[in-house]
Design a binder for this molecule. Sequence first.
Ligand code: FES
Length: 108
Amino acid sequence: MTEPQWIAVATEADLFEGAGIAVRPIDDEIAIYKTEAGEVFATDNLCSHDGHGRLCDGFLEGHEIECPLHQGRFDIRSGDATMAPCVEAIRSYPAKVEDGKVWLKLVV
Ligand code: FES
């Protein structure tokens, strides 16, 4: 099995505090979030509820992202569902900012 590796997927300047952006370094779209405290996290971009909500368009409060479609929520640190109608976790990915770039640890 291929080991995950750090991949640069965006620049730090692409991020907005308190919101997410979408990137597609692999087949599935990934949302990258910057919290108001300046931390960076990454999860699947598609909501696990009906697979159409794009979390990059949702509302980020603390470490919770609210899906724009039916207002379910996930913890962006773990991908765990924290509010109905979301019950199934989404994937989360190791993320860091280094040299002005946003890096995700992925299997590519
Ligand atoms: Fe996200 Fe329904 S699609 S809560």
